[in-house]
Design a protein around this ligand. Structure first.
Ligand code: PEP
Length: 243
């Protein structure tokens, strides 16, 4: 059975004063759910020292080291205490032009450094309205998943671009359709694909978490805005524990 994972993506939010929220999240973490916080890199080392909380980076460079000003290698994230790294977030794909091949290289680098990759895929609203959702997602998955991915080093996050930070959550039927298809594709390409955790992301909050976690192939969530405070994030963690 896949692990239950509630991952928070703080994006470019969080100063040292906000570590108070990370501490409260760590203190409120629930048995049976793997709570992961991906703070900005400036807070990663100190957040990693909080017991009860796993941490992750928000991206990594595909190379192990070198002349890449401003970038961080997966080994640096691991050295700071991370055990996860988000790769292929739609904001990285859009803002930094990251392709599926780039994402696969980042995921491979994460694996090489001993990190679990949280690999994000998602369709835009135009693609959904054109009826292309499943074809787009299958192509993104095939293009972004590196050789050697398995349930122990990779988690897939389905994040419809139109639902991220917009307050528009995908309906349970839309999520179920995608996650059931995802499970089928993963089982075909990864030997232990039945055990790979599949997360949903896109405006998850306390009020919609339970109905999403009730779906068969939803093993958790990648949460942006609602991960910034313990008051918003912990009810999501508890809903996952109860699912
Ligand atoms: C995200 O950034 O991965 C995300 C899902 O954001 P939000 O929960 O704010 O929609």
């Amino acid at each position: 059975m896949p692990r239950k994972i509630a991952a928070g993506n703080w994006k470019m939010n969080g100063l040292r004063a906000d570590l108070e929220q990370a501490r409260a999240i760590a203190a409120g973490a629930t048995d049976g759910v793997h709570a992961v916080l991906c703070p900005p890199a400036t807070l990663l080392a100190v957040a990693s020292d909080l017991s009860g909380l796993a941490t992750g980076g928000q991206t990594c460079h595909p190379a192990a080291k070198g002349a890449h000003t401003g970038d961080l290698s997966a080994a640096m994230l691991a050295d700071a205490g991370a055990s996860y790294c988000i790769v292929g977030h739609s904001e990285r794909r859009a803002d930094h032009g990251e392709s599926d091949a780039d994402v696969a290289a980042q995921a491979r680098a994460a694996h090489d450094a001993g990190l679990t990759a949280i690999l994000c895929i998602g369709e835009t609203l135009d693609q959904r309205e054109a009826g292309d959702t499943l074809a787009i997602l299958e192509a993104q998955l095939n293009g972004s998943l590196p050789d050697g991915a398995h349930a122990g080093n990779t988690v897939i996050a389905y994040e419809p671009v139109w639902a991220i930070g917009t307050g528009k959550v995908a309906s349970p039927d839309q999520v179920a359709e995608v996650h059931d298809a995802l499970r089928g594709w993963i089982v075909d390409v990864v030997p232990d694909g039945a055990d790979m955790a599949l997360l949903y992301g896109g405006s998850v909050k306390a009020s919609n978490a339970a109905e999403l976690f009730a779906l068969t192939n939803v093993d958790g969530a990648l949460v942006g805005g609602a991960s910034l405070t313990a008051d918003d994030f912990l009810p999501i963690v508890r809903a996952l524990a109860a699912a």
